[in-house]
Design a binder for this molecule. Sequence first.
Ligand code: CIR
Length: 253
Amino acid sequence: MFIRAIVRTPGKSIVNGLSNANLGIPDYELALQQHRAYIQALDSCGLEVLVLESNEDYPDSTFIEDVAVLTPDCAVITNPGAPSRKGEINGLREVLRQFYSKFEQIQAPGTLEGGDIMMVNSHYYIGLSNRTNLEGAQQLISILVKYGMSASLLELKDMLHLKTGLAYLENNNLLAAGEFINHPLLQKYHILPIDMNESYAANCIWVNDRVLVPAGYSIAKEMIEKAGYATIEVDVSEFRKLDGGLSCLSLRF
Ligand code: CIR
C-alpha cells in the first residue's frame, strides 16, 4: 500500500522541456488542468498528496519521479543523467525530511533517474539507459543491499526509461511493452502485453489496487480490467509531448 505521493506543479517553462516525441509543444494551461486531475486521481486512491510549487528554472521538474528513489527504509536522491535536470534535486532532501531520516545519494560519475527503477516488493529492477549508467546503478545496488533489499539490471534498447515500457501492477502482474514483452528476466511474471499501437499505455501506475491508465488507450484499459483491476483514466496528453507519463509525475511511497 502507498500512503503518500509528492508531485510538483508544472511551470510555464514546461514548454522548454526535453522531448523526442515530435508531438508539439505542451499547452501550459492544459498541463496545469491535467496535473490537477492527476492529483485528484491519486487522492481518490487514498493517498495524501504533497503538492510542491513549480520551479521555473527546471522545465522538466514536474517529472519528479526521476529525482528520488523512495524505499521503505531510506530515501535515495538521484543524480539525473540529463544535464538540464541535475539541479532538480536541490531542496529535495529538505522536503523529504518530514518523511525520512535516512538519506543516500547517487554521486557523479554515477547517474540515475527514478524512471529507470521499478520496485517489485523488496526487489528493484534498474534500467541501464541514456540517463542511468552502470556506475549509478551499482551505487544504487550497494545502497539497497545495505538496507536488506536486492536489485537486478536490465539493459534498455529503445525506451527512454525502464518504466516507459514496464509497470508492475502487484499480484505478479507485469504490464510490458515492446522490448520487454519477451525479456528473459521478466518471464516469471504474468506478462500483460501492451498492444504495439498503444505502447505509451505501458506507463500506468498501480495505486492501492487501482490502476491509473492514460486516457485514450482502450485496448490496454480493457486488458487491465480483465486482469481484475479497477482503472482510472487520466489524460496526460501534454506530458506525453515531453516523453513523460503517469509514473513520472509523482513519487509514491
Ligand atoms: C525528460 O526527458 O527527462 C522529460 N522530458 C521526461 C521525463 C519522463 N520521466 C519518466 O519517464 N520517469
